[in-house]
Design a protein around this ligand. Structure first.
Ligand SMILES: Cc1cc2nc3c(=O)[nH]c(=O)nc-3n(C[C@H](O)[C@H](O)[C@H](O)COP(=O)(O)OP(=O)(O)OC[C@H]3O[C@@H](n4cnc5c(N)ncnc54)[C@H](O)[C@@H]3O)c2cc1C
Length: 381
C-alpha cells in the first residue's frame, strides 16, 4: 500500500494552493492529492461536453474577486499564472437588474479595491496552473472519492467506498468538508460523518471544536442551468459578462445572476445561477428537482434578458446542456477558526473557503487558507 507523509483530499483552489505553496516552501515529504472529480477545479471546475469537444463552460464560480493588495506569498503563487495568461482580469462590464427588470448600477457596497479575475481558457485552468507549479513528485488520484477514514495509532488510513483503493498517511488535510460535515449523510446516504468516526469525541479537543463548528454551519445551494446560445455577435451592443440580480430581483425570479461565457469558437455559453427554494434534496428527489429547475430557469430567462435583444433572440434556438446542482455552493456562516486549521494531536488539517477570514466563502479565501496551512505544515515538519 502507498504510504505518504501527507495526503490532501480535494483539488479545488484551497487544496491546489496548499500543494503549490508546499512546493515553493521546499516541503520535502511525499505528498498525494486525492480528488473525487475527473480533474482539478472543485467549485471552479468547468463542464465539458461528452459529445462536443470544443464545448467547455464555467458552471461554478465564473471568476473570483482578488484584493489589489494580496499577501506576498499569495501574490507569488498567482504571479506565474498571470504571466502565463492563465489568470486574466475580466475586461467586459457587469450590470445588475432590479425587481422591475430595470438595469441599475452595481451594488456600491462591493469593494472597489478588488478586481474580477478569470481563468483562461476556463476557470479549471487556474487549479491546473497551480498544480503545474508542484513537482513531478506529487501523486494525484483523480476520480477517487474517499469514503472511509481510520486513525489507527499514529497514522491515517483512507479508502474509497469499496475499500478496494487505500492510502496510508502520516498527516491528512481535508480541503473540502464533505468528510466532516453532516450534510453528506442525506445526499450520499452515509450513516456517519467519516472524520467523527475516525476520531471519536473526547480524544482531541481541537478536532471536536472543528466538528462542532461545522455541524452548525450552512451553505447556499445553486441550480446552474447551462445553455449553448450558438453564435451571438458580442459587439452590437457590447454585452456584459455578468448580469447580477439585486436582492429584490433575486426574490422575484429565484435567480442570483446570469453569466456569459465566450467559447473558444464563436459560440456563446450562458449560465443561470438559480436559487434554491428549500425543497429537500436527496437521491429520491434530485432527478425531479433537476428537471423542474431546468424548466423554471428556462421560463424566466426571456424576462430577465429584456434589455439584451441579441440574447433573447439566441434563446429561441438555444441548446440546454442541463442543470448542475451545487449542494454547498458557498458557506454562509460558522467559519472554522483559523487557529484550528491544524489539529496537532490528530495530525489533521483543513483549508478551503470555510476557514475564518475576511474572504470567507470566496475563491480568495480558499487560496489564502491553502497558503496559510502550507506555512504551518512546513514550520511543523
Ligand atoms: C455556483 C458558484 C458560484 C460561485 N461564485 C463565486 C464568485 O463569484 N466569486 C468567488 O470568489 N467565489 C465564488 N464561488 C465560491 C468559490 O468557487 C469557492 O469559494 C472556491 O472555489 C472554494 O474552493 P475550495 O478549494 O475551498 O473548495 P472546492 O472547490 O469545493 O474543493 C474541494 C474539493 O474537494 C473534493 N472532495 C471533497 N470531498 C472529497 C472526498 N471525500 N474525496 C475526494 N475528493 C473530495 C471536491 O470534489 C472538491 O473538488 C462560487 C461557487 C459556486 C458553486
Amino acid at each position: 500500500m502507498n504510504h505518504y507523509d501527507l495526503v490532501v483530499i480535494g483539488a479545488g483552489l484551497g487544496g491546489c494552493s496548499l500543494v503549490a505553496s508546499l512546493e515553493k516552501l521546499g516541503y520535502q515529504g511525499r505528498v498525494a492529492l486525492v480528488e473525487a472529480g475527473r480533474g482539478p477545479g472543485g467549485r471552479t471546475a468547468s463542464r465539458r461536453s461528452r459529445t462536443d469537444p470544443r464545448w467547455c463552460i464555467n458552471h461554478g464560480a465564473p471568476a473570483i474577486k482578488l484584493s489589489e493588495s494580496l499577501p506576498s506569498a499569495v501574490d507569488g503563487l498567482l504571479e506565474p499564472l498571470r504571466n502565463a495568461g492563465t489568470l486574466q482580469p475580466v475586461v467586459n462590464h457587469e450590470v445588475a437588474i432590479d425587481a422591475n427588470g430595470q438595469v441599475v448600477a452595481i451594488d456600491p457596497a462591493s469593494p472597489s479595491t478588488s478586481q474580477w479575475w478569470t481563468g483562461r481558457p476556463v476557470m479549471a485552468s487556474v487549479c491546473e496552473g497551480l498544480l503545474g507549479q508542484s513537482s513531478n513528485k506529487l501523486e494525484s488520484h483523480f476520480g477517487t472519492r474517499v469514503r472511509w477514514l481510520k486513525r489507527p495509532a499514529d497514522h491515517w488510513m483512507l479508502s474509497d467506498q469499496s475499500e478496494g483503493w487505500q492510502l496510508k498517511a502520516k498527516r491528512l488535510v481535508l480541503s473540502g468538508n464533505l468528510l466532516a460535515h453532516p450534510r453528506s449523510l442525506a445526499m450520499l446516504q452515509w450513516n456517519d460523518v467519516p472524520l467523527r468516526t475516525a476520531v471519536p469525541k473526547g480524544v482531541d479537543p481541537e478536532l471536536d471544536a472543528v466538528l462542532t463548528t461545522l455541524e452548525a454551519s450552512a451553505s447556499t445551494v445553486r441550480w446552474n442551468l447551462m445553455l449553448d446560445l450558438g453564435d451571438v455577435n458580442l459587439q452590437t451592443p457590447a454585452l456584459p459578462w455578468q448580469i447580477g440580480l439585486n436582492p429584490d430581483a433575486q426574490k422575484r425570479w429565484g435567480v442570483e445572476r446570469i453569466v456569459l461565457h465566450r467559447q473558444t469558437d464563436a459560440r456563446l455559453g450562458l449560465v443561470v445561477h438559480g436559487l434554491h427554494n428549500g425543497a429537500t434534496i436527496d437521491p429520491s428527489t434530485q432527478p425531479v428537482l433537476l428537471e423542474s429547475e431546468e424548466k423554471r430557469l428556462e421560463a424566466v430567462l426571456p424576462e430577465l434578458l429584456l434589455h439584451w435583444p441579441a440574447l433573447r433572440k439566441a434563446l429561441k434556438s438555444a441548446r440546454s446542456m442541463g442543470v448542475m446542482r451545487w449542494g454547498a455552493a458557498q458557506p454562509l456562516n460558522h467559519p472554522v477558526p483559523s487557529h484550528l486549521q491544524w489539529c496537532h494531536q490528530s495530525a489533521v488539517g483543513f483549508c478551503g473557503d470555510w476557514i475564518e477570514g475576511p474572504h470567507f466563502g470566496t475563491g480568495e479565501g480558499a487560496i489564502r487558507s491553502g497558503v496559510a496551512l502550507a506555512e504551518r505544515l512546513t514550520a511543523d515538519s
